[in-house]
Design a protein around this ligand. Structure first.
Ligand SMILES: Nc1nc2c(ncn2[C@@H]2O[C@H](COP(=O)(O)OP(=O)(O)OP(=O)(O)O)[C@@H](O)[C@H]2O)c(=O)[nH]1
Ligand SMILES: [Mg+2]
Length: 691
């Protein structure tokens, strides 16, 4: 085992937007002497929100990396974004750490994104701690915040601090472990003293409850406690660590990031009670050529393995690939194997990301989060490892894209540049999707929300000098038929020499939704020679790409070719293809063609108080059909089907309906017939566009 790994702490700072994560990271860095001035998010001068898009919005967009040396330990922090628009970053960074600090605003309490982060942490069994922040704010309330925490998390939160003073008079905390008062001056300098008289009784009660809760982490300890024995501070400290690591409870620390209160307590807690990489379970993976499960222990002597969880486009270093090592060492030898892409990769330097800079390091161990520059093939989500000991880890799926725009260049001719620049941004941000739609000829850009898309547009302009216009994308309507018909498609052309002759009879009938196109050959006695039959089918398929109503692809129908005739000289594949195409058009016109629209399966998660508005909007404005409702913690979950056309801008609309507290996901479900009146409008519009 490497002694170095024991001293590493990899911590993600997570929570909903505005809880104070970046401010907390700033204060931790300041207290550890890494920065000499406490920056403020409002002033755009923090160590971790330095991108222009972040400074402009006063919100984190990218996850920020930094290292804090504290009491001979090396704490690596990742400051994650809390806004839903950028939450994919949070999702991916959770894979790379061994513990999480949940920042909770003592006034606003736990919001949806914090709960979502809690779910992510649960997936990886991440030991976690809550930092109850902003206790200096007016209307903040320790007790109320604790009640909210109990309602929000499925693991018992237990305070290990009792606040001294409240709101603007908040001065520090009493530690329920050593029962000392820690008060702070404006520079975060701590004075350790006795418990103030006015809170002695409250602290005594809190300590009693604390000891009982903590003892529960250890069967022997709780037994002794219940028999009336007094437990020593060391025993309590040990049980606090055991219970944190086993997720028996989630400790709650108190403080204020901007007033710099409680930072030393938090840093001590991370060093004493949060796991080092070698405290974690072996990382499960699979063999590269079979489904056989294998694992790697967090040990320097194991073969090297790591997961790439982030890629960054650095203006100076080029593309940076950031990964977390799960086993083995990586030195300067400059080569490893990418088991996802099945290729060797070379690098020249091992780097550590420190705010906006990078430092060169000589070796990395299990638990290290490091970067290398200018890899050729490796992208986010890949496993890299020792070539003679291959393994593949499962990477977290990107969070789904929720809003889509069609992007067009401001100046003509920039189409290719848009696509290539977006592809570069996609390397960094796995939550965006780009697609060239062959049907509508649009470049489609999808993302997590309006602000996400806007920030990409800004990045395109700043980094790639491409300016674009966003438009609502076209809805991929379809056409189908409702009646069974039988028609003839006959193509005959006799001009001088060689003529053209093809003749077919087809039956066309509707198929159930989702069945696509079926072709059946029922020709008897060679009324159409075998070699021409595929040509008839081809003619139908090619015509069905543009339906007869509004030019959308026609789907879900069956064609039975049952008769026809041919000419021994004039018939050809081409002639029968044309006959097939004519037959399709005639049949579709007679078979009561209708318009279909994509229906999405939508799931909306919202605090109770917005239910009425959301349901009203869903039923009244969006042609939604509610399928079911459920409660999830403090929130309601609505499951519904709704047409895509009504959900193109749902992300910003839900955001404003719920003040950013609602979440939703949606995915394509199936096609349904468009209501008649709407269909008429769509058909008219399509015709006008064609002209
Ligand atoms: N009064 C008070 N304000 C705070 C405290 N911590 C943060 N703030 C303020 O809260 C706002 C949001 O803080 P950030 O640190 O940007 O929050 P964040 O969690 O990083 O937000 P996102 O990056 O958007 O997810 C800023 O205006 C901070 O100054 C605190 O302890 N007390
Ligand atoms: Mg932030």
């Amino acid at each position: 085992m490497s002694e170095l790994s024991e001293k590493i702490r990899n911590i993600a700072i997570v929570a909903h937007g505005g809880a104070g994560k970046t401010s907390l990271a700033e204060a931790m860095l300041f207290n550890a002497g890494i920065i000499t001035r406490l920056g403020r998010v409002e002033d755009g001068n923090t160590a971790l929100d330095f991108e222009p898009e972040e400074i402009k919005r006063q919100t984190s967009i990218n996850s920020g990396f930094h290292q804090i040396p504290w009491k001979k330990h090396d704490i690596s922090i990742i400051d994650t974004p809390g806004d839903q628009n950028f939450f994919n970053e949070t999702r991916t960074c959770i894979q790379a750490v061994d513990g999480a600090v949940f920042v909770v605003d003592a006034m606003d309490g736990v919001k949806v994104q914090t709960e979502q982060a809690w779910e992510f942490a649960g997936e990886y069994n991440l030991p976690s701690v809550i930092f109850l922040n902003k206790l200096d704010r007016e209307n903040s309330n320790f007790q109320k915040a604790m009640d909210d925490l109990k309602d929000s998390f499925d693991i018992k939160p237990i305070p290990i601090h009792f606040p001294i003073g409240s709101e603007t008079d908040f001065k520090g905390v009493v530690s329920l472990i050593d029962q000392k008062a820690y008060t702070y001056d404006e520079n975060g300098k701590v004075t350790i003293g006795d418990i103030p008289d006015d809170i002695k009784d409250d602290v005594e009660n809190a300590r009693e409850e604390f000891v009982e809760n903590v003892a529960e982490a250890d069967d022997e300890l709780i037994e002794r406690y219940l028999e009336g024995e007094t437990l020593s501070d060391d025993e309590i400290r040990k049980a606090l660590k055991t219970g944190t690591l086993s997720r028996t409870f989630i400790p709650v620390l108190c403080g204020s990031a901007t007033k710099n209160i409680g930072m030393d307590r938090l840093l001590d807690f991370i060093v004493n009670c949060m796991p080092s990489p070698i405290d974690r379970d072996p990382k499960p993976g699979k063999k590269i050529d079979s489904d056989e499960e294998i694992e790697r222990k967090p040990d320097s002597d194991e073969p090297f393995s790591a997961l790439v969880f982030k890629t960054m486009a650095d203006p100076y270093a080029g593309r940076l690939t950031i990964f977390r090592i799960f086993s083995g060492k990586l030195g300067k030898d400059g080569v490893f194997y990418n088991s996802t892409k099945q290729t060797k990769e070379r690098f020249s330097q091992l780097l550590k990301i420190t705010g906006k800079e990078q430092k060169t390091i000589s070796q990395a161990h299990p638990g290290s989060i490091v970067a290398v520059a200018k890899l050729k093939e490796t992208s986010t989500g890949d496993t890299i490892c020792d070539e003679s000991n291959k393994i593949i880890y499962k990477a977290a799926e990107p969070l789904p894209a929720l809003i889509t725009y069609s992007v067009t260049p401001k100046s003509k001719g920039d189409e290719d540049k848009i696509f290539s620049s977006l592809s570069r941004i996609l390397e960094e941000d796995t939550a965006i999707k780009i697609e060239r739609n062959s049907e509508t000829k649009e470049i489609l850009l999808s993302g997590r929300g309006q602000i996400h898309i806007d920030s990409i547009v800004e990045k395109l302009k700043r980094k790639f000098k491409v300016e674009v216009v966003l438009k609502q994308p076209k809805v991929p309507y379809r056409e189908t038929i409702k009646k069974k018909v039988r028609v003839q498609g006959r193509h005959k052309k006799q001009t001088g020499g060689h003529g053209q002759f093809g003749d077919c009879w087809i039956q066309m009938e509707p198929l159930p939704r989702g069945e696509g196109f079926v072709f059946e050959d029922k020709i008897f006695g060679g009324s159409i020679p075998k070699q021409y039959i595929p040509a008839v089918e081809k003619g139908i398929v090619e015509s069905a790409v543009r339906g007869v109503l509004a030019g959308f692809p026609c789907i879900d129908f069956k064609v039975i070719l049952d008769d026809g005739s041919y000419h021994s000289v004039d018939s050809s594949e081409m002639a029968f293809k044309i006959a097939g195409s004519l037959a399709f058009k005639k049949a579709a016109e007679q078979a009561q063609a209708v318009l279909l629209e994509p229906i999405m399966k939508v799931e909306i998660i919202t605090p109770d108080e917005y239910m009425g508005d959301i349901m009203g909007d869903l039923n009244g404005n969006r042609r939604g059909r509610v399928l079911g409702m459920d409660t999830k913690g403090k929130n309601q979950v609505i499951k519904a089907n709704a047409p895509m056309a009504e959900f193109l801008t749902y992300a910003p609309d839900l955001n404003s309906m719920t003040g950013g507290r609602g979440l939703f996901t949606m995915e394509f479900s199936h096609y349904e017939e468009v209501p008649l009146q709407l269909a008429e409008k769509i058909i008219e519009l399509a015709k006008a566009e064609k002209e």
